[in-house]
Design a protein around this ligand. Structure first.
Ligand code: ZN
Length: 221
């Protein structure tokens, strides 16, 4: 089934699925848990649209390719084009929605690539590597510096973060991204993962939430 951006009420969002622009190591405690230095400038990477699947109804993981880690992240849906130094107001105006999402990572493969100084695409851009829940409208969060993100697996809270503790807050992050490559309506920003990443297993039951705003149950097939 092909992916389509949706709002939580089930209505389709009529933007084509674009690229997924991601930031790595955007929470200090998460950088430390993987023994990575905290970067001095934003560490960006892109997942192509072919990675994206919907959270609802369960999703599959490529267990035959080694350890598959979850990274719960706040996803931002871009609804207007942004390029070269947009203002804060332009960025805010271009945000169409927020959702919880999973940036899935082949962690063994990523470690191998990192050790060789190679790009991460094989570990980050496989089919199904971006799992996205339905969006709430952008105006749900007048203050984008206070958005929670929480992942519970098999009844245990594994990740519980907030945009307040991001190293690169959402608006300056998107300004920086738009200066690196144009963003278009239908692109999604994954804003980094808080501490607590770990492996997923087939049969895991997940609850992924923007606490107090949206909550979704899913499972690993
Ligand atoms: Zn991530």
């Amino acid at each position: 089934m092909s992916y389509q951006h949706k709002y939580v009420d089930g209505t389709n969002i009529h933007f084509p699925l674009g690229k997924v622009v991601c930031i790595g190591r955007n929470y200090a405690e998460h950088a430390k848990e993987l023994d990575n230095p905290v970067p001095t400038e934003p560490l960006l990477f892109i997942k192509p649209g072919s990675c994206v699947v919907a959270l609802e109804g369960g999703f599959a993981i490529p267990t035959e390719r080694g350890s598959v880690h979850y990274e719960a992240e706040i996803a931002v849906l871009i609804g207007k084009p942004l390029s070269t130094k947009p203002s804060r107001e332009e960025v805010l105006d271009a945000i169409s929605g927020f959702a919880p999402a999973l940036d899935l990572t082949l962690r063994d493969k990523q470690a191998e690539l990192k050790a060789k100084g190679l790009p991460w695409e094989i570990a980050k851009s496989f089919d199904g590597a971006a799992v996205i829940a339905p969006f709430v409208v952008g105006s749900t969060f007048p203050d984008v510096t206070d958005i929670g993100i929480r992942l519970t697996i098999n009844g245990e809270v594994r990740q519980d973060g907030n945009s307040a503790i991001m190293l690169n807050p959402i608006i300056p992050m998107i300004q920086y991204m738009a200066g690196c490559f144009s963003l278009q309506a239908g692109d999604v920003i994954l804003t980094g993962t808080p501490v607590g990443v770990g492996p997923l297993n087939v049969g895991d039951e997940l609850v992924l939430e923007l606490p107090g705003v949206s909550r979704f149950e899913s499972h690993v097939r």
